[in-house]
Write a protein that binds this ligand. Structure first.
Ligand SMILES: NC(=O)c1ccc[n+]([C@@H]2O[C@H](COP(=O)([O-])OP(=O)(O)OC[C@H]3O[C@@H](n4cnc5c(N)ncnc54)[C@H](O)[C@@H]3O)[C@@H](O)[C@H]2O)c1
Ligand SMILES: O=C(O)C[C@H](O)C(=O)O
Length: 336
């Protein structure tokens, strides 16, 4: 396999730094490009470059066509650029700043590496992924199989928090729990009824406990935002989750790994079976995605939902379409 070039945009940030280190540790990566608007990114790259893994590592800022250099030849681009929340804010409150950041970086991808796989972490993911799609569409290079909103932190939280809720906190790694919908509050829909291995029946018969667990997963981001008290949101767990998804994609797309399935917020506009299950013609939704050489190989159905999960799906559908439209309109109907 030829070596891979990975670009991290927003690499000097709270997520960007640990994420860049994790990517640097992947032996399949031979070229790691770290881009940020702040010059310290060159120091982050110098620091990372001392790690004795194969990837040559360089830092780029906006000067000297830094974005062009960082993106040219990239196979995979990961975007954690943008501002994080403070207590009392919703992810949508970040839209005004982060929408423009993601738009400009997506334009760079269209210009310099239109065939790269693109992983979007910047919030609000429910809107920033549609923004990136619209930019790529306008440039005539949108490939819906290559654009992913990273929702892996919700998957990771589902395992961790479920294990804690059933009194077996050390068993978190044993659980695989699909999370569908979007990445914000009630749009996050963990399908605990489909956990593998199955969660104990006692959890499902204790309605209050079940509701509390689902609420904790949906609003897990708030726990970190409150605890950091104004100094940002999840960074370390997000770097872990972002890398986990990137590693799964690298394995399936470049290393011939089969049967890799991971939830992600992807383009579902042409997936009539998914739309039928959801009951709406949504353009984006997180579903378990089978990954392969082209990125999305297959979208897996939501499957059987419990009656409570059906109620939660309706709550998700009350919010998600507006967030998608807001992202689409930001590109299609920009304010003068
Ligand atoms: N998808 C998820 O599950 C998830 C989880 C946690 C955080 N997030 C989001 O990730 C984003 C980053 O969070 P963070 O804690 O790392 O924030 P941060 O402020 O620590 O880092 C963001 C970095 O982006 C850089 N940046 C800003 N504009 C840029 C541009 N145009 N090009 C390149 N870089 C640019 C900043 O200089 C900074 O270094 C936030 O929007 C946050 O809400 C998403
Ligand atoms: O909560 C946030 O704002 C960051 C992130 O989306 C998270 O889920 O931790």
């Amino acid at each position: 396999m030829p070596g891979l070039k990975v670009a991290v945009l927003g690499a000097a940030g709270g997520i960007g730094q640990p994420l860049s280190l994790l990517v640097k540790m992947n032996p399949a990566v031979t070229d790691l490009a770290l881009f940020d608007v702040v010059p310290v990114v060159r120091g982050v790259a110098a620091d990372c470059s001392h790690v004795d893994s194969p990837a040559t590592t360089a830092g780029y800022t906006k000067d000297d066509e830094g974005l062009k250099q960082a993106l040219t030849g990239a196979d995979l681009v990961i975007i954690p650029a943008g501002v994080p929340r403070k207590p009392g804010m919703t992810r949508d409150d970040l839209f005004n700043i982060n929408a423009g950041i993601v738009r400009d970086l997506a334009q760079g991808i269209a210009d310099f590496c239109p065939k790269a796989f693109v992983l979007i972490i910047s919030n609000p993911v429910n809107s920033t992924v549609p923004i990136a799609a619209e930019v790529l569409k306008a440039a005539g290079v949108f490939d819906p199989k290559r654009l992913f909103g990273v929702t892996t932190l919700d998957v990771v939280r589902s395992s961790t928090m479920s294990a804690q809720a059933i009194g077996k906190p050390n068993s978190a790694p044993e659980y695989t729990i699909p999370v569908v919908g979007g990445h914000s509050g009630v749009t996050i829909l963990p399908l605990l009824s489909q956990a593998k291995p199955a969660l104990p029946e006692s959890l499902f018969s204790d309605t209050e406990k079940l509701k509390a667990l689902i609420h904790r997963i949906q609003f897990g981001g708030d726990e970190v935002v409150e605890a950091k008290a104004g100094a940002g949101s999840a960074t370390l767990s997000m770097a872990y989750a972002g890398y986990k998804f990137a590693e799964q994609l690298i394995g399936a797309a470049f290393q011939g790994k089969k049967g890799v399935v991971a939830p992600s917020y992807v383009y579902v506009a042409e997936a009539k079976d998914i739309q039928q299950e959801i009951g709406q013609d949504l353009a984006f939704f997180s579903v378990p995605v089978e990954l392969g050489p082209n990125g999305v190989e297959k979208l897996h159905p939501l499957g059987q939902l419990s009656s409570y999960e059906k109620e939660l799906l309706q709550a998700c559908l009350g919010e998600l379409p507006g967030s998608i439209t807001k992202g689409v309109n930001f590109i299609q109907q920009p304010k003068l």
